[in-house]
Design a protein around this ligand. Structure first.
Ligand code: PEP
Ligand code: MN
Length: 346
């Protein structure tokens, strides 16, 4: 069950609700938004009596029963889509948002050229890893703080907000100083210490689906971040591991449609990690637009053959620009569909 307090509820009135819930033997999880307090109630058994009792209390706006194990991120909790603003760019609204840039930040020249080119082609946010989760300990691990500084420089030059990965809870404050959107990589989707810390980081989070995770597990991980105080979570389908070897991963495109039914959070697609092959990225990007994703995160590099990581799946900068031009008519259709859906839900 989720309880929304009225915006003017006092601390004492909120405490009284907590007390009533506890009298019924349930646990309380509250998130304090800027406008209002929302209280999550967890526990076993039938909540009807508790729900009716709480609903009658002063300053309680509404109490809703939620059957999904993830509460705050479910569509039952919030039937309308959530819009999440990253450095002035709204994701989950009526614009399809493309984030792009290299897999890793490698040098000043590389990130500056990438940033300028992707901005010119219409990307709204710049991606680039400063901390890299690599399968081999002998591979490039990222420029770390120097990479964050270079991203800040690219942001300064182009105005693009920055998306970059944070790998451990210890680095959250550091990465949050530079990044506009903190990425949780696939390998860290169930790093619960990291998720809890991100709940308190004050920045939006891009949560990538784990390599072998179900949609439910992805939503439970998002719930961690939200239940710990941060409602600004964007989900990312980046392909999962299957028996298929023709592509690096298998993009669960139906999973994007399923997520749109199950959660109000925005969902984007990463066609680069999903395919592992540059030639497949434009087709999968069209599929992401068609299925109703909220955006894309795409790898692009000034010279993919020299890239230190993920060169084979990175588009050359002019290929990225060409893909953006080719996507334009699909995105117009996407916008019309969004508007029709929005009109239908008013
Ligand atoms: C990345 O975005 O470069 C990355 C490492 O992605 P993932 O965590 O999805 O593998
Ligand atoms: Mn990569």
């Amino acid at each position: 069950m989720i309880i929304s307090m009225k915006p003017r509820a006092t601390r004492q009135e909120i405490e009284q609700v907590f007390q009533r819930i506890e009298e019924f033997g349930y646990k309380v999880h509250s998130i304090e938004g800027e406008e209002r307090v929302v209280i999550g109630v967890v526990g076993v058994g039938d909540v009807t009596a508790c729900l009716e009792s709480v609903e009658a209390m002063p300053q309680v706006e509404k109490a809703v029963r939620i059957s999904a194990p993830y509460k705050f991120v479910s569509r039952e909790f919030r039937p309308q889509r959530s819009q999440i603003v990253v450095d002035g760019v709204e994701i989950g609204g009526d614009e399809f948002v493309v984030m792009a840039g290299p897999c890793s930040v490698e040098s000043e020249e590389q990130i500056m050229r990438s940033a300028e080119a992707v901005a010119r082609a219409g990307a709204k946010l710049l991606r680039g890893g400063a901390f890299k989760p690599r399968t081999s300990p002998y591979d490039f691990q990222g420029l770390e703080v120097e990479g964050l500084r270079l991203l800040a420089q690219a942001r300064e030059a182009t105005g693009l907000g920055i998306v970059t990965e944070v790998m451990t809870d210890r680095d959250v404050d550091l990465v949050a100083e530079y990044a506009d959107l903190l990425q949780v990589g696939a390998r860290n989707m169930q790093n619960f210490a990291l998720l809890k810390t991100l709940g308190r980081c004050g920045r939006p989070v891009l949560l990538k689906r784990g390599l072998s995770s179900t949609i439910k597990e992805l939503l439970m991980s998002a719930e961690y971040i939200v239940a710990h105080g941060n409602p600004n979570v964007i989900l990312c389908e980046r392909g999962i591991r299957t028996f298929e070897t023709a592509t690096r991963n298998t993009c669960d495109i139906a999973g994007v449609a399923a997520l749109n039914e199950l959660t109000h959070l925005p969902v984007i697609v990463d066609p680069s990690h999903a395919t592992g092959k540059r030639s497949l990225v434009p087709a999968l990007s069209r599929a992401a637009v068609a299925v109703g994703a909220d955006g894309l995160i795409v790898e692009a590099h000034p010279c993919p053959e020299k890239a230190i990581s993920d060169g084979a799946q990175s588009l050359e900068l002019q290929q990225f620009a060409a893909m953006m031009r080719e996507l334009a008519p699909w995105i117009s259709l996407w916008r019309q569909t969004r508007m029709t859906q929005a009109a239908a839900t008013v």
